[in-house]
Design a protein around this ligand. Structure first.
Ligand code: PRX
Length: 657
């Protein structure tokens, strides 16, 4: 039986919420900007480049040698100056840049733009002392503390490249990322707080660096005060090296196409891709999208992007976009339930947050905790809500609108990727209608299409593959050190078009709906993981012979990992109680990649369904994992295998989390 809520959700799916008149009256965006950008996209972006402070203003806009783009290439600028110095120089130094809110209730720090500038200059001077130079790569592996932002801006200020690695990743994942881009410096912390408990971070760095001989220095913020292992001559405390530095630093300017950042993301192979972004185009689009999509008013808004700086959302909408626009933000260290399940609502009320941006998976978790919690707090400061990272189900969208947005806040469902650098599709508040679960349309200056297998545009009411048809300023400039893989991955499926890897449909009105990945990339709680990466981790365990991993739909996390595993054990060993081994395998994956990669379910099976040419039939396994009827199984070497696996699926329990 369909629940009432689900039924309502389905009914609202076809419902559009017209732009609110209140928003329209004061909106940053006006309907004419779509036409203006359509008429001449390059001229549109050239105009947006005026949001930045350039030391040398660009005269060039786009140079396009498919698939390699250059934007504003003869311009020169400094990213850190654009985020901080210029606001102080313009007399806005006393404006709050961040209200940093600790995991522990009651602990917070308020940092003005002037203070942020002092902190960034001190950190820059410290990095110079440690030997960091223009073009060097610096890994940042930190919890959500202000020093993480300071570290990013200090690296950028020197024209060096930051590679932020999510602090939830394992030592192995960290070392492979450090090695791939040959980072010679690491900035980290002794530990992090999670629901009041300190968990160490430095041991993972120490372990990772055993296989990274090129790392010269590790700068460590003391966050938790626990015991740490220390290597003299390599490790430096932040408070010893940074705090004694001058708060002045005279910045240089760098070419627009100077690499600013590398962000690793999962593709369809076991090896994550080092997506890199350059300075000018990335900053222009991060700031422009932040301005229009979130309708920010620098003087009055308080923006809270509830994401981690270890992901691209944190880069573009906690650090670069909002700082370039000079707004006040909330930055939160903890989990949604650190200090209680109403923690978020307390934060919104206390800091009078006006714009909230988060992932559907978090909304679904908050939803599970009940509407009484948001309903019993004053959330009237909110005026706009956003979502990102995965398709949002209409039920969650409606809950967000009703219980968080008080039926008055527009919701922007923003579609983009690590590779796109900034938002490409979203409604514009005050202009575009919204529909529960639809990203609606491409932003001004962006050309998207939905195409069929032959690269032909589909009609209204039809589905296909999402592609980007024209270059955009914040597009990745490639995969670090692997231009061939960049071409192969994104530009060969539909020659001349950027293939995002997402399925999409146009509804009867021509509005855009994202339908999820069409490749072997899974989306677990908005985190991207490849099936091969998890399979690789599983077969790295001595007991495992073969593994096949699929992403199965999950009510809370969007997708969840289901792994089908054959063992190397003897028949006698294999028939013993398998629960401890399954537990061990789940933990093994969590240790090898990250706890976010821990499979929900592991099914131990004597065999996997294979085609006669020996390929594992993942499609069938996905059907099994999602309890769907199985299609054609005649191409299998042994069709009985899938029936057996279906049986096992129903008798194997899911993981605790
Ligand atoms: O599948 C799409 C999904 O997230 C993927 C990009 O993941 P990542 O690079 O980690 O960046 C996430 C944050 C920008 C996309 O290929 N995705 C992202 N936003 C949406 C989405 N799916 C549906 N709707 C969205 N709004």
């Amino acid at each position: 039986m369909m629940s009432e809520a689900k039924l309502e959700a389905l009914l609202t799916e076809s419902r559009a919420f017209p732009p609110s008149a209140e928003f329209a009256a004061q909106a940053n965006a006006q309907p004419s900007i779509y036409d203006e950008a359509d008429a001449d996209p390059e001229a549109w972006w050239r105009k947006q480049a005026g949001r930045l402070t350039w030391d040398t203003a660009p005269t060039k806009t786009l140079e396009w040698d498919l698939p390699f783009a250059k934007w504003f290439s003869d311009g020169r600028l400094n990213a850190s100056v654009n985020c901080v110095d210029r606001h102080v120089a313009a007399g806005r130094g006393d404006k709050v840049a961040y209200h940093w809110v600790a995991d522990k209730e009651g602990e917070s720090r308020t940092i003005t733009y002037r203070q942020l500038l002092g902190m960034v200059c001190q950190a820059t001077n410290a990095l110079v002392e440690l030997g960091v130079k223009e073009g060097d790569r610096v890994a940042i592996y930190m919890p959500m503390i202000p020093e993480a932002v300071v570290a990013m801006l200090a690296v950028a200020r020197l024209g060096a490249v930051h590679s932020v690695v999510f602090a939830g990743f394992s030592a192995e994942a960290l070392s492979s990322r450090i090695l791939d881009s040959d980072c010679q410096y690491v900035i980290t912390a002794d530990g992090a707080y999670r629901r009041g408990t300190a968990s160490p971070l430095k041991p993972a760095v120490d372990e990772a660096l055993q296989s990274c001989p090129n790392v010269k220095a590790v700068l460590v913020v003391q966050r938790t005060g626990g015991d740490v292992n220390w290597i003299e001559g390599r490790d430096y405390w932040w408070h010893d090296v940074v705090d004694r530095q001058s708060e002045q630093h005279v910045p240089k300017s760098f070419p627009s196409e100077q690499t600013l950042l590398i962000m690793y993301t999962s593709g369809t192979t076991a090896k994550p891709k080092g997506i890199f972004h350059t300075t000018g185009g990335y900053l222009v689009q991060a700031a422009t999208t932040h301005y229009y999509v979130f309708d920010v008013k620098a003087e009055t808004d308080v923006c809270w992007t509830a994401a981690d700086i270890g992901w691209i959302t944190g880069h573009s909408y906690i650090v670069y976009g909002p700082l370039v626009n000079g707004v006040t933000q909330v930055m939160y260290e903890g989990l949604p339930d650190s200090g209680g399940r109403d923690r978020w609502w307390k934060i919104i009320d206390e800091f009078k947050v006006t714009i909230l941006y988060t992932a559907p998976t978090t909304i679904r978790t908050l939803m599970k905790w009940g509407p009484e919690l948001p309903d019993s707090h004053d959330l009237s400061s909110l005026r706009l809500l956003g979502t990102v990272g995965e398709p949002i189900n209409p039920e969650a969208w409606m809950w967000y609108r009703r219980h968080v947005g008080g039926e008055r806040c527009p919701i922007v469902d923003t579609w983009w990727q690590t590779e796109t650098g900034a938002i490409l599709a979203s409604p514009l508040p005050g202009i575009t209608a919204t529909k529960p679960g639809a990203a609606m349309r491409a932003l001004p200056g962006i050309s998207l299409d939905v195409v069929d297998n032959e690269a032909q545009s589909v009609g209204n009411g039809e589905g296909g593959y999402l592609v980007v048809t024209k270059p955009w300023p914040a597009m990745t400039r490639g995969i670090y050190g692997d231009p061939e893989r960049f071409k192969q991955t994104y530009w060969t499926r539909f020659p001349g078009l950027y293939f995002a890897g997402d399925g999409a449909k146009r509804d009867a009105d021509g509005d855009l709906w994202l339908l999820g990945r069409v490749d072997d990339v899974m989306n677990i709680s908005g985190h991207r993981l490849s099936t091969t990466e998890v399979e690789h981790a599983l077969v790295g365990h001595p007991a495992v012979a073969e593994a096949a991993v699929v992403g199965a739909s999950d009510e809370t996390t969007g997708q969840a990992i289901v792994a089908f595993v054959t063992l190397k054990l003897s028949a006698e060993e294999a028939t013993k109680d398998q629960a401890p081994l399954i537990h061990e395998l789940r933990e093994h994956v969590a240790r090898t990649i990250s706890p976010i990669a821990r499979p929900r379910q592991i099914i131990l099976t004597p065999d996997l369904p294979k085609t006669r040419s020996g390929k594992i039939m993942r499609r069938l396994l996905r059907d099994v994992a999602e309890n769907r009827s199985l299609g054609d199984v005649t191409t299998l070497t042994d069709p009985t295998v899938v029936n057996m696996i279906s049986q096992l699926m129903t008798t194997t329990p899911s993981g605790e989390e």
